[in-house]
Design a protein around this ligand. Structure first.
Ligand code: ZN
Length: 138
């Protein structure tokens, strides 16, 4: 069995961002040389997510609206967590959108269903943050 590990780095200009990272994960898969197995992709920070959905701009705006309704960023003092920090909403948004995804690797390709794409969801950006890509198989 082979194994491969890589960290992808992001620094968004905005507090929140939704980035399609499928091309980067495909590059990792190619670099790994693994043809059959699994890819795990997880955010390494508790205020960011990795999730799978459709890369459609309307839907990405809907996610933003949905998450702001559930856990609005402001006012900051509505959250117990906010004292030294102002990112309680980001922790909550991350919990809703999830920490990681696992994708099957078949014939050297990500074995997606229709329209599936891997996204990095940033909820407390403007600083360097990481995503882990771990691939195992042969
Ligand atoms: Zn925090």
């Amino acid at each position: 069995m082979k194994s491969y590990r890589k960290e992808l780095w992001f620094e968004t200009k905005t507090r929140r961002a939704y980035i399609n990272i499928t091309p980067q994960v495909e590059s990792c898969l190619k670099e790994s040389g693994i043809k059959e197995g699994f890819v795990l992709v997880n955010a390494m920070h508790i205020t960011a997510s990795v999730f799978i959905n459709d890369d459609e701009s309307g839907l990405l705006r809907d996610f933003e609206k949905f998450l702001e309704k559930l856990a609005p960023e402001k006012p900051y003092d509505q959250y117990h967590h906010n004292g030294f920090e102002d990112n309680a909403d980001a922790h909550l948004k991350r919990t809703v959108m999830g920490r990681e995804v696992v994708v099957a690797v078949t014939n050297g390709k990500l074995d997606f269903g229709p329209w599936e794409q891997i996204f990095y969801g940033e909820f407390d950006g403007k600083r360097k943050k990481r995503v882990l890509v771990k691939i195992i198989g042969e």
